[in-house]
Design a binder for this molecule. Structure first.
Ligand code: SF4
Length: 395
């Protein structure tokens, strides 16, 4: 890729990142070592295959073959901690639905795609996505503390792992050459999969090429909160302005441990926001979301976005219609303080950007058919709502 001739600033010298591949799962050791951090032990003791779920009594052995077929396509990883939140007596447990495989993942629905929001066409330098003029996504890893079953990058996360050291120089050169990019969002994959030293080093390198603001999107406070300790929070706070965006979807995820993790971040002086995804069978209910958003506010976390589910292949069983989403979002207005209202947004399929659903960029054309207008370039997309079809069929 040709870069413009005059970069805004040459990268400062930094010690190189370790040559080793990221110490990420599923390559992590099968047994916890005595020296491992508690969070790493919880991950190692967690479940990576269906046999582990059967052994814990979370899955009927008769269902194992069908679920194994799912895990062969979309890998599974759930920490010991998050498994412990599952209500064994509730077959519709919202924690279970987010973490354990479902045969429905192998039944693609019309309109679904592997790259729903067009990361690929906007990719740069292997680990960057440059969709908006002023900000870019950077993937330090494609590994996570849990493979959430509804994830919009579920196909990418099952792809080859990223080797950060190899890709980072190119990404930094691209950022240096594009001074309009003022904000970098670390996502993926979960950036907190990096050890503290390497994360610190990465943040310093981003600063060295003139990036003004950094966002870290992480689900660790939800699925493995022990990862977030005082030392990590202080390291992150040293790179302010840095915003941490968590990803709580259900009030039952707000446990004493997760509140403690959030407290570490807040006490270190970081601004913490939350984005949730509206998911059928998990939180597509105004009462559930009201409890979640109030709980987050109590933990000093501002609800930021409520995402309409993307058209990701294998996630149709989580999808609701835009009409249902608008009804839920509207119901929240009457019962919650404005501080607790996230913006209900949809990502325009293919990469047109994110737009508030209740706005001029989203207009109904016919029942179940919408006109979505890109806030980036004005391009119009005709959106046939598969959630509408599903809700019509099921009603
Ligand atoms: S932590 Fe985020 S990126 Fe990783 S699987 Fe879950 S939703 Fe996807």
């Amino acid at each position: 890729m040709a870069l413009p001739a005059s970069p805004r600033r040459a990268p400062r010298e930094h010690r190189p990142l370790s040559d080793a591949a990221l110490p990420l799962l599923p390559e992590a050791p099968a047994r916890p070592s005595a020296e491992a951090e508690p969070w790493a032990r919880s991950l190692v003791r967690g479940a990576r295959d269906v046999a582990a779920l059967v052994a814990r009594g979370l899955v009927d052995p008769a269902d194992a073959p069908a679920l194994t077929a799912v895990v062969e396509r979309y890998q599974m990883l759930v920490s010991d901690y998050y498994l412990g939140l599952i209500d064994r007596d509730d077959p519709h447990c919202p924690i279970r639905k987010q973490a354990l495989p479902d045969p429905a993942e192998l039944r693609p629905a019309p309109g679904e795609r592997p790259d729903p929001i067009g990361d690929g066409p906007h990719g740069q330098a292997d680990i960057l996505v440059h969709r908006y003029p002023d900000r870019a996504l950077l993937f330090p890893t494609l590994r996570c503390p849990m493979f959430c079953r509804y994830c919009f990058r579920k196909v990418a996360l099952n792809d080859s792992p990223i080797r950060l050291r190899r890709a980072l120089d190119g990404a930094l050169a691209y950022l240096a050459a594009h001074p309009a990019i003022r904000e970098v969002i670390l996502s993926g994959g979960d950036p907190l999969m990096l050890p503290d030293d390497r994360l610190d080093d990465l943040l310093g390198r981003l600063r060295s090429v003139g990036v003004r603001r950094i966002r870290i999107h992480t689900r660790f406070p939800v699925t493995l909160p022990m990862r977030v300790d005082r030392a990590l929070a202080r390291r992150l706070a040293a790179h302010r302005p840095l915003y941490v965006v968590t990803h709580f979807n259900h009030p039952r995820e707000l446990t004493p441990q997760s509140r403690a993790a959030l407290g570490q971040l807040v006490d270190a002086g970081l601004t913490v926001l939350n984005q949730a995804v509206l998911l059928r069978g998990v939180n597509a209910d105004a009462g559930v979301l009201a409890a979640l958003f109030e709980g987050l506010l109590d933990a000093q976390v501002r609800p930021y976005y409520l995402h309409h589910p993307d058209l990701t292949v294998g996630t149709g069983h989580f999808r609701i219609s835009l009409d249902e989403g608008l009804a839920i979002s509207g119901a929240l207005r009457g019962r919650l303080t404005g501080l607790a209202w996230p913006t209900y947004v949809i990502d325009i399929p293919g990469g047109g950007g994110k737009v508030p659903v209740d706005s001029r960029w989203v207009r109904p054309l016919a029942p179940g058919v919408w006109r979505l207008e890109s806030p980036i370039d004005g391009a119009v997309t005709r959106y046939v709502d598969p959630g509408y079809c599903a809700s019509t069929v099921s009603s």
